[in-house]
Design a protein around this ligand. Structure first.
Ligand code: COA
Length: 158
């Protein structure tokens, strides 16, 4: 929890862009506990990206939301000193590889605040495409969310 809180606090620009505020004191706790309606914690995954012993990034994923065949990437975030070095792309590729082992999942889905122009460019570069759905601003988020999806590519089985 402390390591995750440290990572989130090391990405203040993201929180200012998306919430209008610096990261809160209980940001890690919110990341661990946030769960869509009708889902259980057995479908929630919070992963860390490590440089040696240090957590430098995090991702949270919900399996089977909003439908059984989709997984939602809630937040993928790197501490600012580690951004723009190709690590976000590498982390996303690892996550896609892990989700690729979940047999029922066909598509990855995520929502990006339209104020987060860097993230819009990042996900487009990784092959995610706008579905045309827009979500109104969630509580605490300043902008509406643009929904992106990508078909999950599985490596051929031997
Ligand atoms: C978004 C984030 C995960 C991307 O990780 P990263 O390691 O910084 O990105 P990469 O270095 O792997 O960049 C991959 C590509 O994304 C695009 N990209 C990344 N940051 C960008 C920016 N600020 N502006 C425009 N394009 C950008 C580029 O096309 C880049 O490819 P290039 O370097 O060959 O031009 C990271 O910057 C981050 O943690 N940001 C704060 C949290 C956040 O916004 N998360 C997404 C929430 S939906």
């Amino acid at each position: 929890m402390a390591a995750l809180q440290g990572v989130l606090e090391a990405a203040p620009a993201y929180f200012l862009t998306v919430t209008g505020l610096p990261p809160g004191d209980a940001e890690a706790q919110s990341t661990f506990t946030a769960l869509p309606p009708d889902k259980t914690y057995s479908d929630k995954f919070v992963w860390g990206l490590y440089a040696g012993e240090s957590m430098i990034g995090c991702a949270d994923v919900i399996r089977g939301y909003p439908v059984r065949e989709k997984a939602v990437l809630g937040l993928l975030l790197l501490a600012e000193p580690w951004q723009h070095r190709g690590l976000g792309s590498a982390f996303a590729a690892l996550i896609e590889q892990v989700i690729g082992a979940w047999p029922e999942i066909e598509r990855l889905r995520l929502g990006v605040a339209v104020s987060n122009t860097a993230a819009l460019a990042f996900w487009r570069k990784l092959g995610y495409r706008e579905t045309g759905e827009m979500k109104p601003p969630q509580p605490g988020i300043v902008a509406e969310l643009q929904v992106f999806e990508k078909p999950l590519r599985r490596s051929p089985t031997r």
